[in-house]
Design a protein around this ligand. Structure first.
Ligand code: AMP
Length: 193
């Protein structure tokens, strides 16, 4: 079973790469951002709760996010593995993910971070905002806040898995195909560990 954490700042290309990887490795893709946007578009209580945080570029509280993630994982007891995209974003989320996977008799195989510089990210997200319809992609101050929160709250998750010898970083600049090739090489190396 491969359980991959696809990691990196907002706008680093995680979603784009995940859609390619799920086909190649036959994994279940779980994007907590997509799950929150789905709940918001259906105006559910969970969506209503997440909305204010997302619009401001802040993280949705761990208790809400972890509960949602756990429900989604538990819906796929026979999955050949998962790609976690945008989760975990805090150390408590990483601890909760580890506990959940252990309870299923498995574990995180590896974390792969897409390395992209800050200015490139800001430009990519603002460009995406022209068509994505996402309120959090349109305003430069909100985009910069998301990056600041990434550095403070989320970047430590790399160190958390690094201390377990599970973190890897690849160059996130280049064409979609070039980045996919780097990711594939990194995943295939994980499988040999
Ligand atoms: P994303 O689509 O991954 O960029 O996520 C968009 C927004 O959803 C984030 O800025 C947060 O407000 C919220 N979100 C997504 N995943 C998480 C998470 N793991 N923890 C907390 N908030 C999250």
């Amino acid at each position: 079973m491969i359980n991959l954490v696809l990691f990196g700042p907002p706008g680093s290309g995680k979603g784009t790469q995940a859609s390619f990887l799920i086909e190649k490795y036959n994994l279940i893709h779980i994007s907590t951002g997509d799950l929150f946007r789905y709940e918001m578009s259906h105006d559910t209580p969970l969506g209503q709760e997440a909305k204010a945080y997302m619009a401001k570029g802040e993280l949705v509280p761990d208790s809400v996010t972890i509960g949602m993630l756990r429900n989604k994982v538990e819906k796929h007891p026979d999955a050949p593995g998962f790609i976690f995209d945008g989760f975990p974003r805090t150390i408590p989320q990483a601890e909760a993910l580890d506990a959940l996977l252990i309870s299923m008799g498995t574990e995180v195989s590896g974390l792969i971070s897409l390395a992209v510089g800050e200015e490139e990210i800001v430009q990519r997200i603002l460009k995406r905002g022209e068509t994505s319809g996402r309120a959090d992609d349109n305003d430069e101050a909100t985009v910069r806040k998301r990056i600041a929160i990434y550095k403070k709250e989320t970047a430590p998750v790399f160190g958390y898995y690094d201390s377990k010898h599970k973190s890897h970083s690849i160059n996130g600049l280049g064409t979609i195909t070039e980045i996919a090739e780097r990711l594939t090489a990194s995943i295939d190396a994980l499988e040999k560990d």
